[in-house]
Write a protein that binds this ligand. Structure first.
Ligand code: CA
Length: 320
């Protein structure tokens, strides 16, 4: 527990307020998060938006405000709406498309309060402003979403995101930011084609999710991890890639992934710690944090509950 471990507020303090709203980001900053995450997609007029999905219908009232604007698949794409239109949408807790039932029923209730989708610029200004007024230095953790899909739609999201980050002063390896992407080709493109010097995170998924045209099974092997280390400073695996379950004594079964990444000089930040959606092998968020930090030795966690994850880190540090 000697080296620093980080809490990345996953979509803000999303366990408490609707994900990716400026309210949830302010709360995360106040709760002591080390980094605050931004998932980024584009509007029709190519404004980078902080939104998890390429769709608007999982977290906004787009269907009632713009009923005619779905594509043939019935979904409402952020890329089909102008920034002016997107600013009219009301953000709510994530729901299942079709049933409109809350994905996490214990979280922030339906309300008449107005929450909006922020642009990436607005969110950076919020975090930089809070850094100044609090004297803290909370970092950014932007993720470029679905770059291959955006390219199919004739737009280069990475170029636009990198330009906005540069406008706000993020351009060197020393800047307090990590840029993440699932698509390994795109992460390499940031490094080699754009010659970005920002710290990069290669996210690791499962091939079955079809998150990116990347062979994640290969990226989890020793040779795959060594390839990633050539262009990325960190890897972001799913919890199941670092802990596969528990052994007969109730301790975690730790996979070789974290030590392989550490051997290659990379940090490991695992996703996602959720008090209301724990892996079956633990009974509390505290136990999951202990397994991840003390046993699996990860460098950071993406958490929907940044205050509770931060508190666990402090308690573990106290134990030496
Ligand atoms: Ca993300």
């Amino acid at each position: 527990m000697n080296r620093p471990r980080h809490v990345i507020a996953h979509r803000g303090a999303s366990g408490y307020l609707p994900e990716h709203t400026l309210a949830s980001k302010s709360l995360a900053h106040g709760m002591g998060a080390d980094f605050i995450e931004q998932d980024v997609v584009l509007s029709r007029d190519h404004v980078p938006l902080v939104l998890h999905d390429i769709y608007l219908d999982t977290v906004t009232d787009v269907r009632s405000q713009f009923p005619e604007r779905a594509r043939a698949d019935g979904r409402y794409y952020a890329l089909d709406f102008s920034w002016a239109e997107i600013q009219q949408l009301h953000v709510h807790e994530r729901v299942h498309v079709g049933t409109d039932e809350a994905v996490y029923p214990g979280r922030f209730p339906p309300t008449t309060l107005t929450f909006r989708i922020p642009s990436l610029s607005q969110e950076i200004e919020l975090i930089q402003g809070l850094n100044r007024s609090t004297g803290r230095n909370v970092g950014l953790y932007p993720e470029i979403k679905a770059p291959a899909w955006h390219r199919q739609q004739a737009v280069d999201i990475s170029r636009i995101v990198i330009d906005v980050l540069q406008q706000y002063g993020y351009q060197s390896a020393d800047d307090n930011i990590f840029v993440q992407c699932f698509d390994a080709q795109e992460t390499q493109r940031l490094r080699y084609e754009f010659k970005s010097r920002l710290k990069l995170v290669q996210l690791i998924g499962n091939n079955s999710w079809k998150e990116a045209p990347t062979d994640f099974t290969h990226l989890r092997t020793p040779s795959g991890i060594a390839e990633v280390a050539k262009y990325a400073q960190a890897v972001g695996p799913h919890l199941s890639h670092v802990i596969s379950g528990i052994d007969e004594r109730g301790g975690p079964r730790v996979t070789p992934f974290v030590s392989l990444a550490h051997d290659q000089g990379m940090q490991v930040t695992a996703y996602t710690v959720r008090a209301d959606d724990l892996p079956v092998y633990v009974t509390s968020l505290n136990q999951l944090m202990e397994f991840l930090i003390r046993d699996a030795d990860v460098d950071g966690v993406f958490s929907d509950f940044p205050d509770r994850s931060r508190h666990c880190l402090q308690a573990l540090r106290g134990q030496g």
